[in-house]
Design a protein around this ligand. Sequence first.
Ligand code: DUC
Ligand code: ZN
Ligand code: ZN
Length: 472
Amino acid sequence: MSETQFDLVIRRALVATASDTFLSDIGIRDGVIEQLGRNIAAGKKEIDAAGRTVTPGGVDGHCHLDQPVPAPLRMADNFETGTRSAACGGTTTVIPFAVQEKGHCLQDAVDDYHRRAKDRAHVDYAFHLIVSDPTPDVLERELPRLIAEGYSSFKIYMTYDDLKLNDGQILDVLDTAKKHNALVMVHAENADCIEWLTKRLEAAGNTAPRFHGHSRPMLVEREATHRAIALSELVDVPILIVHVSGREAVEQIRWARGHGLNIFAETCPQYLFLSAEDMGVDNSYVGAKCVCSPPPRDKGNQDVIWAALAEGLFTVFSSDHAPFNYEGLDGKHPDGQEMPFRYVPNGIPGLETRMPLLYSEGVLKGRITVNKFVELTSTNAAKAYGLHPRKGTIAIGSDADLVIWEERDTEIKNTMLHHATDYTPYEGIKLKAWPAMTLCAGEVVWDGKDFQPRLGKGRFLQCSAPSLLPKK
Ligand code: DUC
Ligand code: ZN
Ligand code: ZN
């Protein structure tokens, strides 16, 4: 054995995985974890992590990067700026969406998305598909082939005119997922209720951003969540309900679990750290910065989401990073115009702040254990989307994607973030921790102060079958 066996050794780390916490050195070679243990051989480089918790790099299983949207709208973050921002907040794998346009095939979307990502990612990435037009050809030929080629998860929508599926189409997609061992992510909001409420609000002249929340009350999400669960039960296939925002949807999921159904669920930082008031207490337009769907709820609902995280109701904690600028022609406040809420693009940035927010306010405030943090931000997404154990854990043979945490006072300001979006909805929130270092495939990509570019070194990952699903 040579003196310098490893490319890198991280010494005296307090390693936290989803199941264990232990003191260990981490020996890394060729971007992979090769040894765990005490007093392991020397590395060509060494990092002393004494007194620091080290977790697996984050897997953000729900983010939107460079997704085509109708002009003049444009997503502010592409693969370059999005993965830069992810890395600086501890996320080393992102899974954005290749979106099928109605009337087009899925393969076109996948090819286009590969062009957008190629040579531009600083960290590793995989793709989910968004199925908006489940024709017989898509269901019987394209989807089965794409699943086999490494796209094993897809999102479907119950709202948004250009994306939504009716119940029959949802059943067809679920049936295909069941036959080919894929995981369907469901955006659960009732489209007709939203349209009906929106028209009433508009007729009354209530078009300020805060009315976005009035157009999508909790019952709209509760009804669609209930329906999605029923459809999943009918087909007998698990689903993952994304961006769960509050009590009534949580109750539906708890009911389903209580009845033995395989319903997985995701929540996001906006349902813990933002509330309806952030969309404006009066008719102020700046509330457009926090317009996303489902909308942020009230303090009581935030408490329900915290409790459900601790209890284990949620499978994953993702950002739903959907980056639109506030200023500029391509964003929420185009050329300074105040748009009726119907036209305000839905979505907020959050890739970089996702893990620090949950580490600081969840782990350090004692609301969840560090192991639950790892499970929610990394391990379960890797399992759900067929990337485990390469991603999502600290184990021999896993990629050396790691975060070294530092307890330090940090006030979130957009100026310190690395996305290209011109604001953060979390401006001014005071945190107690931030990554002191992020490593992707054994390379430092964030050193606690500066971003260390790895442009084009982020690899495309083919996803296997979800390992959260019961074995057939
Ligand atoms: N809602 C979504 O469904 N996707 C992107 C952003 C948002 O707010
Ligand atoms: Zn959604
Ligand atoms: Zn989304």
